[in-house]
Write a protein of this length. Structure first.
Length: 343
């Protein structure tokens, strides 16, 4: 239902536009008001010197177009002031409710929940974003998602940023080798997300306000996610993120570093050597680097040729001899050599 000032503003608009083609009943129908409301609005506008009655006229006429325009501007400004006041009051209520929700999550104690289905994981993540009040931290190993998922992700990030949520995200350096990955990093950085890139990341991680966190992976193709909530667990996950953040680089530096080498070895090759040395399985290494298993094995074949190694066992020894891992001139510990040799 329109208030009195809205009735007055819309009445003036009708008289300026279609006044010659309308009668009293037609105007009341267009405005959705009764005779009493109509007469009250006309009387107020006439008292302000904007309308006048002519003999035997069904509707009043405008006195001065300039005066009517000025009055319409005043009425619209008054309406905007009221709406802005209402919006500020509503926002204050929402912020107070948000603080109560944040406090409730912080006070409900420590807890862990395991999610097994992709839809349930996606719903939990959406819920986490809705609850965020201060910050969201995230790690993103693996290949960049599809174009449709990227578009949805950007909208999700923008809604959070518009609410004042601070966001920091770490992606793999390898995303810069894929056009849609470059686009993702650029769009997020331009929107206000603090983005860094790292050669390797441990797992997918999202930490919300330091009290709720999600770690998820794919086990045999099936997604699983671990939800942890509580101050202590939230602090632990926050510390993991900060550790990764310290070793990550801003996108501009990371892009320059994609082709950087140490003793002739590219950054990604050095990472693979170190993960081989640690006894990582090929599947885990490929997932951490965000490449396919086929691509990883091709890189490893080229890497062994560069090392002058006959096999992975020999590659581990050559990497240590070259000072890429371990002590210069030394040898890998026996357990690492066994892990490399056994793959």
């Amino acid at each position: 239902m329109l208030d009195s000032e809205q009735v007055e503003a819309q009445l003036l608009e009708l008289l300026v536009g279609d006044g010659a083609n309308l009668d009293r009943q037609g105007v009341m129908t267009r405005l959705g008001v009764n005779a009493e409301q109509f007469d009250r609005a006309v009387a107020k506008l006439a008292a302000a010197g904007l309308l006048r009655w002519s003999a035997n006229a069904d509707l009043p006429s405008l006195v001065s177009p300039d005066a009517v325009l000025a009055r319409m501007i005043d009425l619209q400004q008054a309406r905007l002031v009221r709406e802005a006041h209402h919006l500020r009051a509503t926002q204050a209520v929402i912020e107070a409710l948000g603080e109560q929700l944040f406090k409730w999550h912080a006070d409900r104690g420590q807890g862990v929940h395991l999610w097994h289905e992709a839809d349930a994981i996606a719903a939990a993540m959406q819920d986490a974003g809705c609850r965020a009040r201060k910050e969201i931290l995230s790690l993103h190993p693996g290949t960049p998602p599809s174009a449709d998922i990227l578009t949805e992700s950007r909208s999700w990030h923008q809604r959070l940023l518009d609410r004042g949520v601070q966001m920091r995200s770490i992606y793999l350096k390898s995303v810069l080798r894929v056009p849609r990955g470059q686009d993702q990093v650029r769009v997020l950085a331009d929107a206000g997300v603090d983005v860094r890139l790292a050669p390797v990341l441990p797992f997918r991680l999202v930490v919300v306000d330091r009290v709720v966190g999600y770690i998820w992976e794919r086990e045999g193709g099936t997604p699983i996610a671990l939800e942890m909530h509580g101050n202590e667990l939230g602090h632990l996950l926050h510390s993991i993120f900060e550790f990764c953040w310290l070793s990550a680089q801003p996108p501009t530096l990371a892009q320059d570093a994609v082709q950087d080498s140490v003793d002739g070895f590219a950054d990604r090759e050095l990472t693979i050597v170190r993960m081989m040395y640690e006894g990582r399985k090929d599947e885990a290494t490929a997932r951490a680097l965000g490449v396919s298993l086929r691509t990883l094995r091709r890189i490893m074949t080229d890497l062994m040729a560069k090392l002058g190694a006959r096999n992975r066992f020999h590659a581990g020894i050559r990497a240590v001899e070259l000072g890429l891992i371990g002590d210069r001139g030394g040898h890998p510990p026996a357990n690492h050599l066994h892990a490399v040799h056994s793959q």
